[in-house]
Design a protein around this ligand. Structure first.
Ligand code: NAP
Length: 323
C-alpha cells in the first residue's frame, strides 16, 4: 500500500514513524506547500524512491500514490480532501473531518459518488485496548452501562497557529473534545439530549467545555475538554456489575483496569508504535478487500459526531461570554 502524506506538520511526522512499522505499507510521496519541507520530510522518513512534491496538487496527481493521508489543519480539510477525491485517490483525513456536519456529509457523499475510500483518522477507534473496551461492554461484562466519563486536555502552545487561529478552524472541541465525544458514541450510540457549556476566547474560539449527554437506555455520559489546562485525561465506563478505568491518556491506552465484584484486573492488547499503526492497518485491509468504508472508522458515525459538535458549539456560543 503506497501512501502519500499531505502536509508536513507535527502529526504527519508521528504518522510517518508508525507507517514505517506496518508491514506492506510504504511512504510513496509527500506533498507540502514548500519544496524544502517536503524534501526534509522525505529525507527523514522516506526511502530512495519516495517523492517530494512542492504542492498538494502534485502529490495527488502522483500515480505511485494509492491513498493520501491528509494532515493539514481542520480548516483546510474540506478543500484538501476534495482535491484528493477529484484526483481519484483514497483518503484517510485527520480529525476533525471538517468544521461542521454539513461539509462532512458533503465529503462523504462525494466519496460515495466517486466510489472512493474515505475515513476520518480517528485513531482512538482502532486502538487495540479501546477495541477491547468495546468488546467487554458489548459482551455485557459490566451489565447495562449507565455511565461514561471521559475528559481530555492540554495546554496549547501559543506558537501552534492551528490552535489559536479561527481561520484554521481553531477549537478545543474539534481538537480534543472530539475524543471523549467519540468515546461516548462508540459505547452508547446516539444521544437523546446533549447539554453543553464552555468558555470562548475573545476571538470566539471555544477553549474549554463540558457536556452531559443522555441516551435512550437511560445512560449518562459526562465529558470535558480543554486546551488551557493539564487535565488528568482519564476515562471510565460503569455498569451495574462493575467498571472499566482507562488511564491517561485514555484515547490511546496500552491497558485498562476492569473491576468486577470488588476485584480489579489489568488487561491489555499490544499497541504498535504510538497507535497510528492500527488505523493504517485498517485502511490497508479495507483497500485490499475493495471496501470504500471502514467498520472501525465508520463515516456515518463521523458525521453524527460532527453534528453533535455543531450542537455543542451552538450551545457554548449561546451561553458563554467571551473570556
Ligand atoms: N491524531 C492525532 O493524534 C492528532 C494529533 C495532533 C493533531 N491532529 C490533527 O492533525 C491535523 C494537523 O495537526 P498538526 O498538529 O500536525 O498541525 P501542524 O503541526 O500545525 O501542521 C499542519 C500542517 O498543515 C500544513 N498547512 C497547510 N495550510 C496551512 C496553514 N494555513 N497554516 C498552517 N499549516 C498549514 C502545513 O504543512 P506544509 O507546510 O507541509 O504544507 C503544516 O505543517 C489537525 O487536523 C489536528 O486535529 C491529530
Amino acid at each position: 500500500m503506497s501512501w502519500g502524506i499531505l502536509a508536513t506538520g507535527r502529526i504527519a511526522h508521528s504518522f510517518a514513524r508508525d507507517l514505517a512499522l506496518v508491514p506492506g505499507h510504504r511512504l510513496a510521496a509527500v506533498g507540502s506547500r514548500s519544496a524544502a519541507s517536503a524534501q526534509a520530510f522525505v529525507d527523514e522518513h522516506g526511502d530512495p524512491s519516495t517523492r517530494a512534491h512542492a504542492t498538494y496538487e502534485e502529490l495527488v496527481a502522483d500515480p505511485a500514490v494509492d491513498v493520501v493521508y491528509v494532515a493539514s489543519p481542520h480548516g483546510r480539510h474540506l478543500d484538501d480532501v476534495r482535491l484528493c477525491l477529484a484526483a481519484g485517490k483514497a483518503v484517510l483525513c485527520e480529525k476533525a473531518l471538517t468544521l461542521d456536519a454539513e461539509s462532512s456529509a458533503q465529503l462523504v457523499a462525494e466519496a460515495r459518488e466517486r466510489g472512493l475510500f474515505l475515513a476520518e483518522a480517528m485513531w482512538m477507534r482502532a486502538n487495540p485496548t479501546i477495541r477491547l473496551v468495546k468488546e467487554l461492554v458489548d459482551e455485557g461484562r459490566l451489565g447495562e452501562v449507565a455511565q461514561v466519563r471521559a475528559e481530555l486536555g492540554f495546554v496549547g502552545p501559543p506558537d501552534v497557529a492551528r490552535l489559536w487561529d479561527p481561520a484554521l478552524g481553531a477549537s478545543a472541541l474539534l481538537d480534543v473534545g472530539i475524543y471523549p465525544l467519540t468515546f461516548a458514541h462508540l459505547l452508547l450510540g446516539e444521544p437523546r439530549v446533549v447539554a453543553a457549556a464552555g468558555t470562548l476566547s475573545d476571538q470566539g474560539i471555544d477553549l474549554s467545555g463540558g457536556a452531559t449527554l443522555t441516551y435512550p437506555s437511560g445512560a449518562v455520559a459526562s465529558i470535558a475538554w480543554t486546551q488551557v489546562a493539564y487535565t488528568d485525561n482519564r476515562a471510565s465506563v460503569a455498569g451495574e456489575r462493575g467498571n472499566i478505568q482507562l488511564p491517561a491518556r485514555f484515547h490511546h491506552p496500552e491497558e485498562l483496569h476492569l473491576t468486577l465484584g470488588g476485584t480489579t484486573e489489568t488487561l491489555s492488547r499490544p499497541r504498535t508504535g504510538k497507535g497510528y499503526a492500527h488505523e493504517i492497518e485498517e485502511v490497508g485491509t479495507c483497500l485490499r478487500e475493495g471496501r470504500t468504508e471502514s467498520d472501525v472508522l465508520p463515516l456515518d458515525e463521523t458525521v453524527s459526531v460532527m453534528a453533535q459538535m455543531d450542537e455543542i458549539r451552538r450551545q457554548i456560543a449561546a451561553t458563554s461570554a467571551p473570556h
